[in-house]
Design a protein around this ligand. Structure first.
Ligand code: GLV
Ligand code: GLV
Length: 319
């Protein structure tokens, strides 16, 4: 009998065709509440799981006694309880590499959009308020030649530094667990401690994964250290930030603005004060979301899954 695989996110047809050749495939284009109980039923006999963001912890795994591999269609894997997976000898994989440039484009675009107030101005034009008399109310701040501080200098941080240095003549400061020689040599990035980065940067871009060490790493103290003219960009995980402190910093103008792709809870809840703040630009966690890149991620994730179930080492093994 073929091993059984559950795909729980919409993926390109070619991915399903590829998997169908090797496995018995159950395909859920999404997991709404209606379908969730069917999914849980099937989970009991599944050997492989392909998708993203689903919280896979002890309770979940109790219902998946035959599981051999969890293949995430994402670079982040904070949805996975790695210790619990390891204990059960279940493999886990992610999709680094293929999403680096698309994500860097999004996050740098978010920085530009926030600095130059593009969503607000788009609304201004479309709502018929452009009467040609009040230009100065529409001014933003420059991005070029400013200081960009990047917290978390992995491959995406590095690609953001490249855009900033080569395209916008920005000076780069960075903080990371280890030194990044490429960023230092090619983009003149300067390594510094977190407090120095926070107090010297005009733009602060948070790109670190979410771990117990980075949980709420940016809070009241950190916003206090930032310049009043600083713009804070979060392209990592919402839980890396104390969201209440961020809201206070924005409301009290301790910083100039924020560009956010991620939130403490996603989707963001209706009453969240961030939604009422003019100096905030919001995106719906779409860092890597282009047609081309999401296709590459899904293919890579399917290859990881197939290798794992065929007894080989998947190329992007996390554990
Ligand atoms: C997106 O946030 C990812 O982890 O790929
Ligand atoms: C992803 O590739 C990262 O920046 O760690």
């Amino acid at each position: 009998m073929k091993p059984k695989v559950i795909v729980y996110r919409k993926v390109p047809e070619q991915v399903i065709n590829f998997l169908n050749e090797k496995f018995e495939v159950s395909y859920y284009k999404n997991l709404d509440t209606e379908k969730y109980s069917d999914f849980l039923q099937e989970l009991h006999t599944a050997h492989g799981l392909l998708g993203s963001s689903l919280k896979i912890d002890k309770d979940f795994l109790e219902q998946a006694p035959n599981l051999k591999i969890v293949s995430n269609i994402s670079v982040g894997y904070d949805n996975l309880d790695l210790a619990e997976l390891k204990k059960r000898e279940i493999l886990a994989t992610n999709t680094p590499g293929v999403l680096v440039d698309s994500t860097a484009d999004t996050i740098f675009g978010l920085l530009l959009a926030t600095a130059r107030r593009m969503p607000e101005l788009d609304y201004f034009v479309k709502s018929g308020k452009w009467d040609g008399r009040k230009d100065e109310d529409l001014f933003g701040v420059d991005v070029h030649h400013k200081v960009l501080g990047i917290i978390g200098m992995g491959s995406i941080g590095n690609a953001i530094a490249k855009r900033a240095h080569l395209g916008f003549d920005m000076s780069i400061l960075y903080h990371n667990r280890s030194r990044n020689e490429q960023a230092e040599n090619e983009y003149q990035a300067q390594y510094c401690n977190l407090d120095e980065l926070l107090s010297k940067s005009d733009f602060i871009c948070l790109m670190t994964p979410h771990t117990p060490e980075t949980d709420k790493m940016i809070g009241e103290r950190e916003f206090d250290l930032m310049k009043e003219s600083a713009i804070f960009i979060n392209g990592s995980r919402g839980k890396n930030v104390d969201e209440e402190a961020l809201i206070k910093a924005l409301q009290n103008q301790l910083i100039l603005g924020a560009g956010l792709d991620v939130y403490e809870t996603e989707p963001i809840s209706k009453g969240n004060p961030l939604l009422d703040l003019k100096n905030v630009v919001t995106l719906p966690h779409i860092g890597s979301a282009t047609t081309e890149t999401r296709e590459k991620m899904a293919i890579l994730a399917a290859e990881n899954l197939a290798k794992g179930l065929e007894g080989e080492t998947p190329p992007n093994l996390i554990i």
